[in-house]
Design a protein around this ligand. Structure first.
Ligand code: ADP
Ligand code: SF4
Length: 692
């Protein structure tokens, strides 16, 4: 297949200072939880994107000096940090892409948990997080030192093989940005006061970098032009514009976005594709240099219009490049229907925040590229004569079927209902989760192209029909259901419930039941579902109280950068929030709420309770088959495996991963040996005991 000529414009070269990008696809910096802790994983992940057609592949933020340490990202503190970054540039260059590195010296954002140095800021202030630390005011010698460290890091970056050096003033993270912000900079010297003064450090960092490496490397910037906090913060029509106008021709490229991170990586529940355009669309009119922007773009038509309408020269992407590292190549090869579109769930962000290789709902190979050798597009051809029956077409079953069929196996996928997608289909009908349906759509689209895979609807399987199917491998992907009895994180036994009480679960809601109000939503799950169900109930005009043992609603979503927006939305919708309480007893028309600290009880009128506490696997079919192992060989069956929520209820990302792993390994049983590669810490010096 060849590319549609209307996308030709996306494959034009872009000159960026002394280097040339082969097309308009720019993988902007993004965290990944791998960084220097999992360096080969990081290098392979970035290399795959280069292979997938991104013209520029950038690192996450890179600390330039030990006195500004993020704990988890990459660093260029000294020459010893060069080799693992060189591994990344080698992987990127292998596929003809440019390697970029985002240099950062943080300000009050850095906690310096490793180095224990006092963080520095334009003006002294408490740190950004609730770690007890204050940043101190920088004097002139500190500023000179930061410039020197940044310059040294640029030189090392060049040595490591990077083609673009990104000077970073974004996300309320970098010192350069905090100098520009009146919120942070109350200085009275030549680095404070006027916008020109406040932008002085940023200008100097760009100039220093150009002086150090500009002969061979492009010197680019990543800058936040708006903080989405109105006049309290930087605004695109004030500081953002002033700075871009002032420094317009200084860098070789402008990568512009909104700050902070939660305003840049907004989940699809709260923002559409292209949500940043109103904040950045003016930048190209101010500079002649190439402009990059982001907005969770996955549609090539949208990308073309962005370029044609002069909004940006290169399409920036973090999450879309994670969900599909081969997005550019698929457009180039005219395989639009093969694009695995990001769903905007932010599980990537949430898991990277735990400082482990990130997960992705759409792309199960992320974080497994090097350690398990999972390529995002390629998979080994089948190496057994097995035929496979998969029961259940949720995310786990669909992904197992897709990947097994890709390997060349004959696959039957039996689904009890009339639709594919399982929980993804059901949950995508809840408020704000529409784009989650892409998990199903990508996989049903792929399966439709594969003659060796057949999806059978309205085919509820039992042990007899499974055995009759005569497949050698049976995969049970029948999912899980929400528990109704209140057992969960907080209650280690069922919650006492009156006989006439009306207790519902999210499954009832997704089946179409509308409970009687007022409703108490008891959220002991702490991820998205409690808030989404409360929203759904309010949309139907019911009075809703959300009770949770946590201090915040949907508390896990702090990690997916959604918590603030969820809490605000529920408050705006008029949902009563009762944090730090559990359910004591459920009566016919009342519930007892118990304070998790004091045990103090209060009673609330409620016609219905929505219980979100725990899930239980739907695994009766698996157990029924286990009981009939004696008959397996007669039917040609050799193995029955549970995958996805039927094995261990969790995230959709975990279900997809589980299905994918089955397809790779045809198993998944725990082994005695570690089944993935590890990079262990390199020991330095010798062991010196206190007595020595
Ligand atoms: P997962 O997240 O693990 O993929 P889901 O709950 O999303 O699990 O999907 C499970 C799917 O399995 C649902 O579409 C459900 O209708 C289907 N299913 C459950 N039991 C059977 C069965 N006995 N036969 C066929 N399909 C089943
Ligand atoms: Fe997109 Fe979700 Fe994957 Fe992140 S985890 S890249 S938001 S699909």
């Amino acid at each position: 297949m060849s590319r549609d000529p209307r996308y030709d414009i996306l494959f034009e070269e872009v000159t960026i200072g002394p280097v040339t990008a082969k097309n308009r696809f720019f993988q902007v910096p993004h965290c990944n939880g791998m960084g220097r802790n999992y360096p080969s994983e990081m290098a392979t992940m970035r290399g795959n994107k280069a292979e997938g057609g991104w013209a520029v592949v950038c690192t996450e933020q890179c600390d330039v000096h030990y006195s500004s340490d993020t704990r988890r990202e990459i660093r260029l503190w000294d020459d010893r940090d060069i080799p693992y970054l060189a591994r990344m540039t080698e992987a990127v260059h292998r596929h003809g892409a440019l390697a970029a590195i985002e240099l950062v010296y943080m300000g009050y954002h850095g906690m310096n948990l490793i180095s224990r140095e006092v963080p520095m800021a334009p003006t002294a202030r408490p740190g950004k997080y609730d770690f007890p630390i204050h940043a101190r005011t920088m004097d002139k010698s500190d500023i000179r030192a930061v410039r020197r460290w940044h310059r040294n890091a640029a030189l090392r970056a060049k040595q490591a093989g990077f083609d673009l050096i990104v000077c970073y003033a974004g996300h309320d993270i970098s010192l350069a940005m905090t100098f520009m912000s009146p919120r942070h900079n109350q200085r009275t010297d030549e680095y404070g006061g006027s916008m020109e003064n406040r932008a002085r450090l940023f200008r100097e960092l760009i100039e220093d970098t150009r002086d150090a490496v500009g002969d061979a490397c492009a010197v680019t910037v990543r800058m936040a032009v708006d903080e989405l906090m109105g006049p309290r913060g930087m605004m695109c029509e004030r500081e953002g514009r002033d700075v871009v106008e002032m420094l317009a021709e200084l860098p070789d490229l402008w990568d512009v976005n909104c700050s902070a991170w939660e305003n840049d990586s907004i989940s699809s529940r709260f923002a559409e594709e292209g949500f940043q355009e109103p904040y950045i669309e003016w930048v190209k009119s101010v500079t002649s240099k190439p402009v990059v922007g982001v907005g969770r773009y996955t549609s090539p038509d949208r990308m073309v219009s962005l370029v044609k309408n002069g909004v940006m020269d290169m399409i920036g992407a973090a999450r879309p490049s994670i969900a599909d590292p081969f997005l550019p190549k698929k457009i180039e090869e005219g395989r639009i229907e093969d694009i695995r579109e990001c769903i905007g769930c932010n599980i990537c962000v949430a898991t990277a925040n735990f400082v482990v290789p990130m997960r992705c709902t759409q792309n199960p190979t992320v974080g497994e590229e090097w350690r398990r050798g999972w390529h995002p597009e390629r998979i080994a051809p089948k190496d057994t004569d097995d035929t496979v029956l998969i029961v259940g077409a949720g995310p786990a079953g669909l992904e197992a079927a897709r990947a097994l069929a890709q390997r060349g196996y004959e696959v039957m996928l039996a689904e009890a209902t009339r639709e594919a997608g399982g929980r993804v289909a059901r949950e995508s009908r809840l408020p704000g989760l529409g784009s989650w349906g892409r998990v199903r759509d990508y996989r049903t689209g792929q399966l439709a192209q594969m003659p060796n895979a057949n999806l059978y609807y309205e085919s509820k399987m039992d042990a007899d029909t499974v055995l009759e199917a005569g497949c050698s491998l049976v995969v049970i992907a029948t999912g899980a259901r929400w528990r109704r009895d209140g057992f969960g994180r907080t209650s280690d036994r069922p919650i006492p419930t009156a006989a006439g009480a009306r207790v519902y679960t999210p499954d009832d809601i997704m089946d179409g039941t509308v409970p009687e109000g007022p409703v108490v939503v008891f959220d002991d799950d702490h991820y998205y579902m409690g808030g989404v169900i409360a929203e759904w109930l309010r949309e139907r005009g019911l009075k809703v109280t959300l009770v949770t043992p946590a201090a915040l609603v949907s508390s896990f979503t702090v990690h997916s950068l959604e918590q603030g927006r969820i809490q605000a939305r529920l408050m705006d919708l008029g949902v009563d929030l009762v944090p730090l309480h559990r359910l004591g007893r459920i009566g016919e028309d009342t519930v007892d709420l118990v304070c998790v600290y004091t045990g103090k009880v209060r009673t609330l009128a409620s016609a219905s309770v929505l219980m979100l506490t725990a899930m239980e696997p739907i695994d009766s079919l698996y157990h029924a088959l286990e009981e009939r192992t004696a008959q397996w060989s007669h039917h040609g069956l050799r193995q029955v495996t549970r995958i996805g929520d039927c094995y261990g209820p969790g995230t959709i990302a975990a279900a997809v991963w589980s299905g994918h792993r089955f397809a790779r390994e045809l198993g998944g049983a725990l082994s005695d040996d570690v089944p993935f590669l590890r990079e262990n810490v390199e020991l330095q010096g010798s062991l010196v005991l206190p007595a020595d």
